[in-house]
Structures are given as structure tokens and as C-alpha cells.
Ligand binder design. Structure first.
Ligand code: ADP
Ligand code: MG
Length: 714
């Protein structure tokens, strides 16, 4: 039996769920068990220290270093009570993956006894080597100093593994020279910028009690699960996260029987386990279901403040991978693991809220009469239209090129969906004033046993990259594997800028001058309504219409990244102190480099697999055919396989050549272009030849687990 056949056979025994008896723990309150949250803080900190820390966490005063030692001591007591032996400063450098370096609490002392140590300094500051993380030129290899700083707004938690417990402190990561080297710092700054500008608008409306406005995030996470033993036999999945080869499965997603379908026992066992571990670290996982593609699933949490929610999304992705492994599964978070099957994204539900608990994007029953809501709504419409190119660039990378601009959900053109009711209100506003709101109604299902359903005033649009969904926007174009800090930073900054302009204009009027407000909003709508689109974003007509309207349509990363290098982009980020020009340049540089590296790794893996796995299988098959006599059937198969093998060999040579030429290009931008224009098509040709051969070569000789197995056997 081949390794592939053994893997398939082994699946049957793993279909039975884990035998752990979770009912033993039923009713136990596990939520937040591993979080140094309010409850633990109250228990482990002196009252005055506790109060001070809470005020900082709530954004009401800066962190007072005088309490650092006391807090560190409380944190250590709490962690030790849970069995922690190590602590780590956890951060998200520009690589986009989380980073951690563990230190033990133990310090050997002279007379060989051991003392537990964790000072205030250990809590609030760390010093990882900054030169080994991507910095886009901010740090070179000989300038190593960089600091991590505790981000008080994101809860400290424990990573509990079967073999030990690590105290985990979310931090920001900054260079010795003071530049942000991570994704957290700009997000915090953008949050602050947006909060300040939103407050100006609220004050104009006469609201003097709100202290703080912040953004909220509920990221819906899509992912695939495949059998781990099968995945291990695919070097492409292991190295690049996606399949670089694979003929279509005879059955795909055409029966539409997966979406919301019953969840298989093995998958449900994974989901149960995952939810439980997420709850323990205080992540409010709420919804789970089968997604559209076979073997595709989704998890949605309850929304939180954006910095915590963004950290939590990183933890969700990490825990998904770990817990999948426990169940003999591999979690694939790549945007496009399988060709010809739906890809994965994140739907970032986003809104603005006040410290008094008001959701600023809640229209209420009569949106036309809710002037404050309309002001925020119109400001967001302008933000997206004026910065569509920058928003698009914030979600551009090599993985996303398989979705955005590639005839898949969602398109690369940024547009805003409002829904019938708001679209109507906005067009009334454009005409001078909004006087009415379309109402929902009710739907009679025609059977007396069924309830009459209240009908929302607005339908949904699943094709829109940026859709209003009742009391929040849904940024639906973010990639499934992405750290969400950066797209949310860009969105916050764009909205901060638009609110600042609005506030500038409003502050010239008397407070609450509704006629004046209406005139301003009407002017903004006139100028920016081109970004509004209610139809099917995947249709050919929309591409043509968007081009007529002059909306940017950047179909690939290499077309999109230059939009972050314009004077406009530099000004936007530096004006609000979110990123200095140097910090922005560094980020974009990292993105260019990453693009080249990802495509280069894929080309390497393609060549390696084609040469050492696929060609040998083909040659072996030709040998078997050669020994099988000279019947008409054998001759026909031999001829087809021989022709396919010749094609594959030629394509391999062409890819080697294209890759070599791309490396010769001058500078990372030219290199990226060469990879995009030449290497990717050459790689596609290798794949096409190999995928043809997959349909010809005897099944028992084929080394790579096939799509039908990966997608349907788990
Ligand atoms: P929908 O039916 O529109 O998908 P749900 O209530 O199921 O709405 O929410 C989907 C996601 O949106 C969840 O993660 C949810 O927590 C999040 N969400 C809801 N309200 C907000 C909000 N005000 N801000 C940010 N995210 C929100
Ligand atoms: Mg949704």
C-alpha cells in the first residue's frame, strides 16, 4: 500500500469523535478562566492598585509606572496559582504572525537555590532582537535593539498546554529609534485619532457627556479542515498553505449541500473543543457552521473593542491550528487552498461605540430623522470613496490575488452597499432633506402553524466588499489568514479623516443647526455617491459601470501596493499621527518583499514536487505500460501519457527560466512585477500539465492526495 492509500484507510478509524467525557465538566464556569481579567485583578491586586489599573484599561488615564511592581506581583501570584512557569511578551511583528519569546520565572541564585522573579519591568518592557523581524529597512542586522511594551488594553492570558503553562502578555513592539515595528501600535493610534474626531462631531450635536469613542470588531473567520495524514503527504500544503497541484474532484460544491449542513461528528468534536479553549482565554466564540465549499467552515465571535478583538483573532487562528492537530486534522487558513472551490475570507463587522454604550451606527426605527446617525454614515461613505485605493491596498497580498480581482468573492473594486432603506434615505438627503424611511413589514408564510415573520427593511448583499448590515458595516474583503490590525487601521484612519473634515465644517455652524447640517451632508453625498452600489458585485456589468464611474480596480497586489506610496497616502497617515512617512514606507517595503518571497516559495515547491514526485510517478507508469504489451488500449494510453510528460518537462524548464529571470530584476518592485507577469503563468502551466496527467496515470501510482480525498474524506 502507498502512503496515500494508508492515509485514506486510517481516516475511517478517526471519524469517531474523541472519547473524553466533557459532561464531567458540564456546568463549570470556564469562561475567562485563563484571563487576568477584572475578577482576577480584583482578587490579586490591592484595592488602590486595582482601581488605578482599571482606569487605564478603560482608557481614562495613562499607565502609572509606580504601580508596575505591584501589578507584576499580582499577575505572578495569579499565574503561579495556575501552574505557570514561564512568561512571554506576545506581539505581532510585520511578518503578520504572532511572536513570542519565553522566559522562565526562575532565576538561579549563587547558593544554587532558585527564586521566582517577575518585576514590574519584566511586565511592562521586554527586549527581543529587532533585527530578525521584518522592518522594511528601519532596523538593519547590526542595529538590533527593539522593545516590547505591555498593551494594558488587551488582557493578559495563559497559554495552557498539556506540558506546561505560559503567562502571555500582549505587547506592542517598537524600535530603539521609536518607530513602530508591529501591527498593534498603528491600530492603537488610529483608534485614538478616530475617537478624537468622532467626539468633535458628537459635541456639535450637543453631547457633552461621552468621554470616549472607540471602534468595535466582530471578525467572522472562514477556514478549511482536512485530514492531517493526507495533508502531511502534500508538501505544497505544508510549505505554502495551499495546493499547487490537483485536478478538480469529480464532485465539487455544485450540489450546494454543504452550507449550513449537518456537521460531521469529527468536525463537531473539533469545534466543541475549540470553543471551549477559546472561552477559557476569554474569546467569545459564538457561531459555528459549515460554509459553502466542501470541508469549509466558519467561526464568529461576539464583537469586542478593536484592539482586543484583533489580538483575539490571532489567538483564534493559532488555536484552530493547534486543536485541529489534536483531532488529526489540519486547519487551512489560506485564502485559496483549492483551485475551483470557494476561497476563504474574514468578514470584519465594524462599528463605532461610545463609553456610554451607544452604537453610533444604529439607525433606529426612523433613520431619516436620526441626524447624528446620518452624519456618521455619510462620513463613512466619503471615507471609503476617497480612500478606496488605500483600503484595497490594505488587504492586498499574494494569497488575496486568488480572490480579489480574480472572478471570485469579493471583487477588487471597493464599493459600499447600504440596502434599500438607507439608499432611499441617502438619495432623499442628496435632494435636500430626508423626510421618510421605508419600513420593513411582515412575511406571511402561508401556513397557519408558522409564525408571521417580521421582515427587515433591508435585504443583504453577499457580493459587496463593504456592506451595511443593520447596525454595523461588514468589511468582507479581508483575507482569511490575515492579521486584521492593518486593514482596521486603514479603515479607522480614513474614517477619522472624514470625520475631521465634517467636524471642521460643522464647527463653523451653530450647534444643532439642522438645515446647515443637511446642506453639508447633501454636498458630501453628491460628491461621493459613486461608491454606492446595490447590485451584483461579481457581474461583468459592474466592472464596466465601475470603470465608467472612475472607481479604482486594482486586480493584483503589484497594481495595488503603489497606492500606499502616494503623497495622498503619506499625508493621510502622518496627519493623524498613525504612521510617519518612514513607518509607512517600511510597511509597504515589507509587503513588496513578502509578495516576492511567497511567489518564489511557491515556484520552488512547484518545481520540487513536479520533478521529484510527479515525474517519477509518470515515468513509473510509462514503464508499467511498456510491459503491458501492445494492444490498442495500451498504445493509446501510452501516447497520451507520453505527450503529457513531454509537456510537463517543457513547462518545468520554462518555470525554471522565468524564476531565474525574475531574480535578475532590478529592485523588489521590478522583481514583484516579473514574478506576477512571468513566473505565475509559468507555474500555472506546470500545474496544468501535471493536473492533466493526474487524470491519466493509474490511481495507485499517484503520490499526492487528490482533491476528492482532501475535500470529502475527513
Ligand atoms: P449578521 O446576522 O449580520 O451576520 P450577527 O449578529 O450574526 O449579524 O453578527 C455577525 C458578527 O457581527 C458577529 O461577530 C457580531 O458579534 C458582529 N457584530 C454585531 N454587532 C456589531 C457591532 N456593533 N460592531 C462590530 N461587530 C458587530
Ligand atoms: Mg454576517
Amino acid at each position: 500500500m502507498t502512503a496515500r492509500q494508508q492515509a485514506i484507510e486510517a481516516i475511517a478509524s478517526r471519524r469517531v469523535a474523541s472519547t473524553q467525557n466533557y459532561l464531567e465538566h458540564a456546568g463549570e464556569d470556564i469562561y475567562g478562566q485563563y484571563v487576568f481579567g477584572e475578577e482576577a485583578q480584583r482578587e490579586y491586586l490591592a484595592k488602590a492598585v486595582f482601581k488605578k489599573l482599571r482606569r487605564t484599561i478603560e482608557g481614562l488615564e495613562p499607565f502609572d509606572p509606580a504601580i508596575a511592581d505591584a501589578v507584576a506581583n499580582g499577575v505572578k501570584q495569579w499565574a503561579a496559582a495556575h501552574g505557570a512557569t514561564h512568561y512571554t511578551h506576545w506581539f505581532v511583528p510585520l511578518s503578520g504572525s504572532s511572536a513570542e519569546k519565553h522566559d522562565s520565572f526562575l532565576n538561579p541564585t549563587g547558593d544554587s537555590s532558585i527564586l521566582a522573579e517577575f518585576s514590574g519591568k519584566g511586565l511592562i518592557q521586554g527586549e527581543p532582537d529587532a533585527s530578525s523581524f521584518p522592518s522594511g529597512g528601519i532596523r538593519s542586522t547590526f542595529e538590533a535593539r527593539g522593545y516590547t511594551a505591555w498593551d494594558v488594553t488587551s488582557p493578559i492570558f495563559l497559554q495552557v498546554e498539556p506540558n506546561g503553562v505560559t503567562l502571555t502578555i500582549p505587547t506592542a513592539f517598537v524600535s530603539y529609534t521609536g518607530e513602530a515595528l508591529d501591527h498593534k501600535i498603528p491600530l492603537l493610534r488610529s483608534q485614538q485619532a478616530l475617537g478624537q474626531q468622532a467626539l468633535r462631531v458628537l459635541r456639535w450635536f450637543g453631547n457633552n457627556s461621552v468621554q470616549r469613542v472607540f471602534t468595535t470588531i466582530g471578525p467572522e473567520q472562514e477556514y478549511f479542515l482536512v485530514d492531517r495524514q493526507l495533508a502531511e503527504l502534500r508538501p505544497d500544503l505544508i510549505l505554502t498553505g495551499r495546493t499547487l497541484f490537483g485536478a478538480p474532484s469529480p464532485k465539487g460544491q455544485e450540489l450546494e449541500d454543504q452550507y449550513f449542513g449537518p456537521i460531521r461528528e469529527r468536525i463537531l468534536a473539533f469545534m466543541m473543543d475549540l470553543d471551549r479553549e477559546l472561552w477559557r482565554v476569554g474569546i467569545p466564540a459564538k457561531t459555528r457552521h459549515n460554509e459553502v465549499a466542501p470541508a469549509q467552515f466558519e467561526l464568529a465571535p461576539v464583537f469586542e473593542g478593536t484592539t482586543t478583538g484583533s489580538d483575539h483573532n490571532m489567538v483564534v487562528m493559532n488555536l484552530m491550528r493547534r486543536i485541529a492537530a489534536r483531532h488529526g486534522l489540519a486547519a487551512l487558513l489560506h485564502e485559496k487552498p483549492f483551485r475551483g472551490v470557494n476561497g476563504s475570507g474574514k468578514h470584519n463587522n465594524w462599528s463605532m461605540a461610545t463609553d456610554e454604550g451607544e452604537n453610533l451606527l444604529d439607525p433606529g426605527h426612523d433613520p431619516h430623522a436620526n441626524a447624528q446617525f446620518l452624519a456618521f454614515l455619510v462620513a463613512i461613505i466619503r471615507a471609503v470613496n476617497a480612500n478606496a485605493d488605500i483600503l484595497r491596498a490594505s488587504i492586498a497580498d499574494a494569497n488575496q490575488d486568488h480572490r480579489l480581482g480574480a472572478n471570485e468573492a469579493p471583487p477588487a473594486i471597493m464599493s459600499v452597499f447600504l440596502g434599500e432603506q438607507l439608499e432611499d434615505v441617502i438619495s432623499q438627503l442628496e435632494g435636500g432633506s430626508a423626510d421618510s424611511s421605508k419600513k420593513g413589514g411582515s412575511t406571511d408564510l402561508g401556513a397557519s402553524s408558522l409564525p408571521v415573520l417580521p421582515r427587515d427593511a433591508t435585504d443583504r448583499n453577499r457580493t459587496s466588499p463593504f456592506a451595511f448590515t443593520g447596525n454595523k458595516f461588514e468589511f468582507r474583503a479581508v483575507g482569511s489568514s490575515a492579521a486584521i490590525y492593518w486593514p482596521q487601521t486603514v479603515l479607522n484612519t480614513a474614517v477619522a479623516d472624514s470625520l475631521a473634515r465634517l467636524a471642521d465644517e460643522l464647527e463653523k455652524l451653530e450647534c444643532n443647526d439642522m438645515a446647515g447640517l443637511t446642506k453639508i451632508l447633501s454636498g458630501i453625498v453628491k460628491e461621493h455617491k459613486q461608491v454606492l452600489f446595490e447590485g451584483n458585485n461579481y457581474s461583468e456589468e459592474w466592472y464596466a459601470e465601475a470603470a465608467r464611474r472612475g472607481l479604482p480596480n486594482r486586480r493584483s497586489t503589484v497594481e495595488s501596493l503603489p497606492d500606499l506610496e502616494t503623497a495622498k497616502a503619506k499625508k493621510l497617515f502622518s496627519k493623524y499621527g498613525v504612521l510617519s512617512e518612514r513607518e509607512l514606507e517600511a510597511r509597504v517595503e515589507v509587503n513588496w518583499e513578502k509578495y516576492v518571497k511567497v511567489i518564489n516559495i511557491e515556484a520552488n515547491a512547484t518545481l520540487d514536487i513536479a520533478r521529484t514526485m510527479i515525474l517519477p510517478a509518470v515515468v513509473k507508469y510509462l514503464g508499467e505500460l511498456g510491459a503491458a504489451g501492445s494492444s490498442k488500449g495500451v498504445a493509446a494510453v501510452s501516447a497520451a501519457v507520453t505527450a503529457g510528460a513531454d509537456k510537463l518537462v517543457d513547462a518545468i524548464h520554462a518555470l525554471e527560466h522565468a524564476q531565474h529571470a525574475a531574480h535578475e530584476a532590478d529592485g523588489v518592485r521590478a522583481e514583484a512585477r516579473a514574478f506576477h507577469d512571468k513566473v505565475i503563468p509559468a507555474q500555472d502551466a506546470v500545474r496544468a500539465a501535471a493536473d492533466d496527467l493526474e487524470t491519466l496515470v493509474a490511481d495507485d501510482l499517484w503520490p499526492l492526495p487528490k482533491y476528492r480525498e482532501l475535500l470529502f474524506q475527513y
